[in-house]
Design a protein around this ligand. Structure first.
Ligand code: AMP
Length: 184
């Protein structure tokens, strides 16, 4: 295990750079500390994973908390990565990045320094609770669907879902707004 990235050492033919690269959409969220810096650190860390390239990043959105409403507002962003990591390796790497950012292990849906969720992974569906794909709550949440719709043009091998239509419909009831009007 690489302590920095949380990636298992079994790299297979990744060592030779010939591993298949697949796309993944990843959601970032933060509502504690320097939220924009937390998202920026996650982008840098994800881009630096072995065999991984950051293809696209949505704008950053600010959203009111859902589920547990008595907590600070979140910043949210969705990234499209291309990676030779396996889905579970990407999950572990995301968890290591969360830990490195001192994510408080509070309660479910509560405040967090950094949340890294895998939304979709090219060609993969899974009902395993450790890694459910597509992410189980993504299609109900405007703060995921609205930024995802921005970069949906990068989708390859993803479920046939009307992401733009769903995002527009969810955004009618759930307030999401561009944060600072620029990419953070
Ligand atoms: P959360 O509180 O959202 O960070 O949830 C973390 C838990 O969700 C971990 O135990 C993960 O193994 C699990 N999990 C299941 N599916 C996913 C997914 N698609 N992306 C990230 N974590 C997931």
């Amino acid at each position: 295990m690489d302590e920095r990235t949380g990636v298992e050492s079994d790299q297979g033919d990744r060592e030779t750079g010939t591993a298949e690269r697949r796309r993944a959409f990843v959601a970032l969220g933060s509502n504690l500390g320097d939220r924009a810096a937390n998202l920026a650190a996650a982008r840098v860390a994800l881009s630096g994973l072995p065999g991984t390239t950051l293809l696209a990043a949505s704008r950053v959105y600010e959203t009111a908390p859902q589920d547990v409403v008595d907590q600070p507002a979140f910043l949210n962003q969705v990234l499209c990565l291309e990676t030779s990591l396996a889905p579970r390796e990407l999950l572990r790497a995301g968890q290591a990045i969360e830990q490195a950012r001192h994510r408080g292990r509070g309660f479910r849906f509560g405040p967090r320094t950094l949340d890294v969720d895998i939304l979709l992974f090219q060609g993969v569906e899974s009902s395993d609770p450790e890694l459910t794909l597509p992410h189980p709550r993504m299609f109900q949440r405007a703060f995921v669907l609205v930024p995802l719709a921005e970069i949906w043009g990068w989708a390859v091998g993803m479920p046939d879902v009307d992401v733009e239509g769903l995002a527009a419909s969810l955004a009618r009831d759930q307030a999401v707004r561009v944060y600072g009007g620029a990419k953070a």
